[in-house]
Write a protein that binds this ligand. Sequence first.
Ligand SMILES: *[C@@H]1O[C@H](CO)[C@@H](O)[C@H](O)[C@H]1NC(C)=O
Ligand SMILES: *[C@@H]1O[C@H](CO)[C@@H](O)[C@H](O)[C@H]1NC(C)=O
Ligand SMILES: *[C@@H]1O[C@H](CO)[C@@H](O)[C@H](O)[C@H]1NC(C)=O
Ligand SMILES: *[C@@H]1O[C@H](CO)[C@@H](O)[C@H](O)[C@H]1NC(C)=O
Length: 161
Amino acid sequence: MSPSMSMLLQFLLFIPFVHAANATVSVYNDSDKYKYYGCYNETTQVPGSADTRALGGGIDESLPGQMTVPKCLAFCGNGDTEYRYAGLEWSRECWCAQTLSGIAEKLDDTACNYPCEGDNATACGGSLKLTVYRVSSASVLSTPGLLTLASTGLVMMVMML
Ligand SMILES: *[C@@H]1O[C@H](CO)[C@@H](O)[C@H](O)[C@H]1NC(C)=O
Ligand SMILES: *[C@@H]1O[C@H](CO)[C@@H](O)[C@H](O)[C@H]1NC(C)=O
Ligand SMILES: *[C@@H]1O[C@H](CO)[C@@H](O)[C@H](O)[C@H]1NC(C)=O
Ligand SMILES: *[C@@H]1O[C@H](CO)[C@@H](O)[C@H](O)[C@H]1NC(C)=O
């Protein structure tokens, strides 16, 4: 075999390994506040989306070389507004929003296989794909309890009047 042939062969054989590399990322799920919600398609290029984002109307940031899921969850959850949804895209972008667009399709988890630039073992979406987290119901469980207490109190007050 000629040297160039063997180099070509090595090159061709190497491609699957390069592509398989991203498949080893795992989904971060160590937050009490936000739970993994799924891998969703970005909507900017979907017909009828009018260029709007899957997670639009909120805030976003890009941290080249530094983005991690915990950083994004803190950005979306620890500010003046606690955003219901947090999504990571393109390895470095963090999108926070109160709603997830109804036309954003849920994809297979494995479609979000880009590693975070600040933690290459963890999934940070993909090209026009978002690793989406949502505020967990467990973290707002105390609210229905309080509401029930408050409304019970109101009913009792009304009955006493
Ligand atoms: C988090 O992920 C790990 C490994 O992927 C899994 O074993 C564990 O059950 C997950 N925990 C939750 C709360 O989903
Ligand atoms: C995902 O979005 C792209 C455009 O960003 C679109 O071309 C594609 O059809 C969408 N896929 C699904 C499964 O919705
Ligand atoms: C792996 O992730 C990088 C970004 O970190 C991206 O440029 C590349 O296309 C991804 N490869 C695959 C096979 O998804
Ligand atoms: C992933 O990150 C670890 C630790 O930061 C580093 O040692 C390793 O070289 C990185 N791997 C790739 C493929 O970037």
